[in-house]
Design a protein around this ligand. Structure first.
Ligand code: ADP
Ligand code: MG
Length: 301
């Protein structure tokens, strides 16, 4: 078990930022921590990374307690904080060597070379951090987090503020890193989770509202919705009578959205219905329910 969070609550003064949060993350997984602004994502990640203490509950990283064994935890964990605070006056190499010194990494120069190559900073390595684009600054942050070759990486909104090309590059980089490490990354963007994560933990108002494989959240949780276009008009009552249909919505004259909570694929029933009613089916299409819809449903309270 790489990360084990059990019954964690966090109070900032009177305000409860986390309320009895529990989850576990296995070694080698890439897990998305998804939630709207203010949900408690950064608070949870700071606690896991030994930056702030929890008010209640326990957190273990690779079996070590974040409160009692923080040195053990820090040596096994890399953390990219939200907004990636860097020193703009420092040169890329200088900064990474400085950070490596904090971790007391042996043969730091060659390790920094390795990291610069891995995160694709070779052409920028002699520049000042302040002169880099946001995407490259983020690479410096990732290199920093991985310098001491930690087993676990905690990345707080690693793609926020990047342009679309940079987002794709950083996502690919995280995916390749995730092949070897346990990665927990926070985001408020659903597509991000769909693009990189095996599993998603959804948090809202300090509490976990869903925890599952990304693919399960988008398939199990939903009623299937079929968009069908007939060649002429038909009354809504008739469509309602199709077997397993729970909800019908008219899109335009001849086009319908037909919803069902059944496990069975209802498309054959729609075809049978069409034949029985002398209708031709012009198009039939299964509407994909996206993580975004699931998220809206789970957090709209
Ligand atoms: P997220 O990262 O999901 O946007 P945060 O963990 O930053 O959420 O914040 C969770 C809640 O805790 C928010 O309501 C926020 O205002 C509050 N909060 C965060 N940090 C502090 C702090 N240092 N002092 C007081 N309240 C805080
Ligand atoms: Mg945050």
């Amino acid at each position: 078990m790489s990360i084990a969070v059990s019954g964690v609550s966090k109070l900032y003064g009177q305000q409860k930022a986390l309320d009895d949060v529990s989850f576990q993350i296995d070694k080698g997984n890439i897990v998305g921590f998804l939630g709207p602004n203010g949900a408690g994502k950064s608070t949870m990640m700071k606690i896991i990374s030994c930056y702030i203490p929890q008010t209640e509950g326990t957190v273990k990283v690779c079996g070590y307690d974040v409160m009692d064994q923080s040195m053990e935890v820090r040596s096994r964990l890399g953390y990219l904080p939200e907004n990636n605070p860097l020193y703009p006056e420092m040169y890329v190499r200088e900064y990474l060597e400085f950070m490596g010194g904090i971790h007391k990494i042996p043969s730091i120069k060659s390790r920094v070379d390795e990291m610069i190559e891995q995160v694709g900073l070779t052409l920028e390595r002699k520049k000042k951090i302040g002169a880099l684009s946001k995407g490259y600054k983020q690479r410096v942050g990732l290199a920093q987090a991985m310098l001491h070759d930690p087993e676990v990486l905690i990345l707080d909104e690693p793609t926020t503020g990047l342009d679309p090309n940079q987002i794709v590059e950083i996502r690919n980089l995280i995916k390749s890193i995730g092949a070897e490490k346990t990665v927990m990354l926070s985001t408020h963007i659903m597509q991000e989770v769909e693009a990189i994560c095996d599993r998603v933990i959804i948090i809202n108002k300090g509490g976990i509202v869903a925890d599952d494989e990304s693919k399960n959240l988008t398939s199990n949780n939903h009623a299937q919705v079929i968009r069908v276009e007939f060649d002429h008009q038909i009354e809504v009552n008739k469509i309602n009578s199709i077997q397993y249909v729970n909800e019908v919505k008219r899109v335009d004259d001849n086009t319908w959205l037909i919803g069902s909570d059944s496990e069975k694929d209802i498309r054959p029933f729609i075809f049978e219905f069409a034949v029985a009613n002398n209708l031709n089916v012009l198009t039939v299409q299964k509407e994909e329910q996206r993580l975004e819809d699931v998220f809206k449903k789970l957090t709209s309270s």
